[in-house]
Ligand binder design. Structure first.
Ligand code: G6P
Length: 612
């Protein structure tokens, strides 16, 4: 949700800002801009993708050794050139980029207007830059001190970087609830919303903590203070990230690459945590809090979007195998409804980015009320990972496509491992069943490889239904959340209206929508409900719906009924979501492509939602 990048060093800043913005574009892409310290502050910003900015600057003299850049996901004010960042203070002394929301911007704006400040844009960001300017002028303070005092008056979330025309050797950065990383190069510093623009320059980074303010000047280096003016010692970490992970590697889109990475994702999620032959599972987070987790009265899973769908599968897994009561909550609802929590509860947050504002806030409430909080997070060092008592990283590597695919399978794999582990520790399953489950889990990567072989067939089916305005996804049991996820994927990237439904609930409403125009995608690989799913397909066919069924290899019954089938290897039911979601991801990918949509950067969405 908005990407920030900044550079201060001895080389040309602009090319570094531009390549950084391209790396961060997944965070927001409705407008972008840069400010360069060039004697004066030179600002260029454009509505649209970073490529528009690139075109706009061609022929300009952009010589500067220091600059800030931003790619935006609009919150306050429409996406246009004026609302794009960076924003200048009235008079043009300061330039600022911002990710987050200043909630009390209206009050601040009124006060600043009384002082004579005028505003060009509709953004909360312009209010913040003028607030800093006002404090700096009034008290003749250095930039970092003015930033610090301004932030004490701000309510909301922010990651900011500011430059001062009258102090041209320095940048100041600060964060609260929005991420910011400082890269330490050779006589150069980088600041960014995540490490992706930094890794090609240096692997030494400092992750800023909430309410820390970093002042960087060449010669003096990096200085960190808290908003309370306490000096902090920077904790330098080495990045575990390779540039190849950030590139498309021969695929046309990140989404396709990430779909095809899923055999590896599953393997990486269990690597070092499970041994099918020796028969052990070790999850250090679970071991550390074994007593509380094994004896938990309740597990509450909080998440948003695709991660919430993974959570729903977690509910089926943990209740079915470990027999612990599970509730799955939208983080945004949970945080505002005064939930009942006790020390006997375990709250699991699932998040790819580890930065989703609602999930983070839900966890804070759970922590305050004494529950054990556990994170299933992909991005290492992210806010959720740092807040939790314990957790397990998904280790899916960077996910760049805005529509989540491999992070989902990584999350479901870990939930599966946790459920099997708890079931074994609690004595809910026999040794034989335990071994059977971990043996099957170890075979899932090869089975996903086989599912991926259906890509051509899925592409053919996509061509058949790409122009239909609606789609219905049906699943039962473990595959009901997969139906929700399949529908979400289609909506997100192809803009076709789609709904996921429990197959048996269809007759309580959605059946009214079915006619020959309605594609109905039925996930039919649950052995326990096979006959019931066959009946549901009959019901759809009786109303002339166009049925696409995901079926176990060699199926003969459904293939007689359905218009199209996609075969996937048979598996033990708890693992079926890990296979059945793959053709649904491919289906949405191909349909979006055929409709000319931007698969990796769908309209209005952002990868990391750091606002409420
Ligand atoms: C956004 C993304 C989704 C993601 C959701 C939750 O909506 O576009 O792909 O599932 O946020 O994000 P998280 O990082 O917490 O998993």
């Amino acid at each position: 949700m908005c990407g920030i990048v900044a550079y201060i060093g001895r080389e040309e800043a602009f090319p570094k800002l531009l390549s950084g913005l391209k790396r961060l574009e997944y965070r927001g892409y409705d407008s972008s801009g840069v400010a360069l310290m060039n004697g004066d502050l030179q600002v260029v910003k454009r509505k649209g993708k970073v490529s528009e900015l690139e075109q706009a600057v061609s022929g300009m003299n952009l010589t500067a050794r220091m600059g800030i850049g931003h790619t935006r996901w609009a919150t306050h004010g429409a996406p246009n050139d004026v609302n794009a960042h960076p924003h200048l203070s009235d008079g043009g002394r300061l330039a600022l980029v911002h990710n987050g929301i200043i909630e009390n911007y209206d009050i601040l704006k009124k006060a600043l207007t009384k002082e004579g400040y005028t505003f060009q844009s509709e953004t909360d960001t312009e209010v913040l830059v003028n607030l800093i300017d006002a404090i700096q002028r009034e008290e003749n303070l250095p930039l970092e001190e003015a930033v610090r005092l301004a932030l004490t008056r701000v309510v909301g979330a922010y990651a900011i970087v500011v430059m001062d025309r009258d102090d041209p050797q320095k940048v100041v950065a600060a964060r609260k609830a929005s991420p910011l990383v400082v890269g330490l190069g050779n006589d150069a510093f980088f600041i960014a919303s995540d490490a992706t623009p930094i890794v090609e320059h240096t692997n030494k980074v400092v992750y800023l903590k909430d309410e820390e303010i970093a002042t960087i000047s060449l010669g003096k280096g990096l200085d960190i203070k808290t908003i309370e003016n306490e000096q902090q010692r920077p904790y330098v970490q080495e990045l575990d990230l390779k540039i190849e992970q950030l590139e498309k590697g021969g695929y046309d889109h990140f989404m396709l690459k990430e779909i095809f990475e899923q055999p590896q994702t599953v393997q990486d999620a269990v690597r070092g945590r499970m041994h099918p032959i020796e028969g052990w599972i070790k999850l250090s987070g679970i071991e550390e809090y074994a007593n509380r987790i094994i004896h938990a009265k309740r597990i509450i899973i909080v998440a948003c979007g695709t991660s919430w769908h993974a959570g729903l599968i977690g509910e089926y897994l943990i209740e079915d195998l470990a027999r612990i009561n599970v509730e799955v909550e939208y983080a945004s609802e949970f945080r505002y409804r005064n939930p009942i929590l006790t020390e006997d509860d375990v709250v699991i947050a699932i998040s790819q980015s580890g930065e989703t504002a609602d999930t983070l806030a839900a966890l804070e409430i759970a922590k305050q009320r004494g529950a054990l909080i556990y994170g299933l997070v992909n991005v290492i060092g992210s806010s959720i990972a740092r807040l939790t008592d314990a957790g397990s990283y998904i280790h899916a590597g960077p996910e760049i496509g805005v529509a989540s695919t491999k992070a989902f399978t990584g999350q479901v794999t870990l939930l599966t491992l946790i459920a099997i582990n708890l079931a074994h520790k609690r004595g809910n399953i026999s040794e034989q069943r335990y071994h059977q489950l971990i043996t099957e889990l170890s075979q899932i990567p090869q089975k996903i490889e086989r599912v991926l072989e259906s890509n051509k067939k899925v592409e053919y089916i996509a061509a058949e239904i790409k122009d239909r305005p609606n789609a219905l996804y049906l699943g039962r049991g473990y595959n009901f959340p997969v139906a929700l996820e399949g529908a979400l994927k289609l909506k997100e990237i192809s803009y076709i209206h789609a709904e996921g439904y429990p197959a048996a609930e269809m007759k309580h409403g959605p059946i009214a929508l079915i006619d020959e125009e309605m594609p109905v995608i039925v996930i039919a690989n649950n052995p326990s409900a096979y006959e019931k799913i066959v009946s549901n397909i009959q019901e759809v066919k009786a109303r002339k719906g166009y049925v696409i069924a995901v079926v176990p290899e060699g199926d003969e019954v459904i293939s007689q009924l359905a218009d199209q089938t996609i075969e996937i290897p048979a598996t033990d039911e708890p693992f079926s979501p890990l296979l059945s979601v793959i053709p649904l991801q491919l289906l949405s990918y191909h349909i979006a492509l055929m409709r000319g949509c931007n698969v990796d950067q769908p309209r209005n969405l952002a990868k990391s939602v750091t606002v409420e």
